[in-house]
Write a new protein. Structure first.
Length: 322
């Protein structure tokens, strides 16, 4: 297919760092990679927005010139609206909410009080909000709860998440709460959502996470317990050398049938995804030092667990910094 070889697609994919390294094995060519990231790629400058949420996203602008409707990033919208200002309108509560230090609309009524010597008129608030978020549509996207804007973005969000999931070897699942929340317009980082989905796949397949969940442990606690057991089995079966090999697939199944965890798959073991490596490395290092390098399970400190904060999912991002 000649279109797959057009240098344009690879140029954009490389320029936007869309996952060049993994794409081949996942069956994603440059064209699929770029289209899959349409949510974040500006049609004008062809650059990817870094945060991928709120007003940082490319949004459709009805241009009066020959380009017509164009999905433009915040920087391009700012430039556009400087040349073609939007018509005046009264400032709305959301305009006040979308500037960094929210100004009380009542203060704005009298611009002469001493605490606020500069008149915070509706006009200045509106101008600040529009400039900060790249026009009215940027303000709506920043607010995040506008039905029309969310509707506009939903298909692109879905495509983006499906692409991110493909890149980590997963398929989109409509029954996932995490995925659903992302599609409804949360400020979740889709790369992080995909990474968390990958982690969950591993917890389910290789640890007793689900057993703990079934016993009404909360999710973070179930992960801690499931991982604690996994770390212990890893060291028992493979010694401390496993610290270097568990990432590369050199670990093999040596536990007996009885000990096999319920949700483990037959055949190949799933390896912990890279996003979990720092946590596991830190844990193993702590245990190694604590046990003086001995693999004696009698010495195993059952009470040691990494800070529970390490298991709390953090996927929120913000749209203001550039
Ligand atoms: Zn742009």
């Amino acid at each position: 297919m000649i279109q797959h070889q057009l240098p344009l697609w690879s140029d954009i994919a490389i320029k936007c760092s869309l996952g060049e390294a993994q794409q081949q094995q996942q069956g994603l060519g440059h064209i699929e990679l770029v289209l899959g990231h349409a949510l974040v790629i500006c049609e004008l400058c062809l650059e990817a927005s870094r945060k991928g949420v709120g007003s940082d996203l490319p949004l459709p602008v009805d241009r009066k010139d020959a380009l017509g409707k164009t999905w433009m990033c915040r920087r391009c919208r700012r430039r556009h609206y400087t040349r073609f200002p939007e018509p005046p309108r009264p400032a709305l509560p959301r305009d006040y909410d979308s500037v960094p230090s929210p100004l009380d609309p009542e203060d704005a009524q009298d611009g002469h009080d001493e605490a606020h010597p500069i008149a915070h008129t509706d006009d200045t608030v509106l101008a600040r909000a529009r400039s900060l978020h790249g026009g009215d549509i940027g303000i709506l996207a920043h607010q995040g709860d506008d039905y029309n804007t969310n509707h506009l973005l939903r298909r692109r969000r879905r495509k983006m998440l499906a692409t991110k999931l493909t890149l980590v070897g997963l398929k989109f699942r409509s029954d996932s709460k995490l995925c659903g929340t992302y599609l409804r317009g949360s400020w979740y980082d889709p790369s992080r959502v995909a990474a968390v989905m990958k982690e969950m796949e591993w917890y389910y397949a290789e640890t007793s996470y689900w057993d703990f969940m079934s016993e009404d442990f909360e999710s973070a606690m179930s992960k801690t317990e499931g991982l604690a057991e996994w770390v212990q089995i890893l060291v028992r079966d493979h010694g401390w050398g496993a610290r270097e090999t568990y990432k590369t697939g050199a670990i093999v199944e040596t536990t007996t049938e009885d000990e096999q965890l319920h949700h483990r798959r037959d055949g190949a073991r799933l390896l912990p995804p890279p996003s979990l490596w720092p946590l596991i490395d830190g844990w193993l290092q702590h245990m190694f030092e604590h046990m003086g390098g001995s693999v004696d399970m009698e010495l195993w400190d059952q009470t040691y667990r990494p800070d529970p904060g390490a298991f709390t999912i953090s996927i929120e991002t913000d749209d203001e910094e550039e």
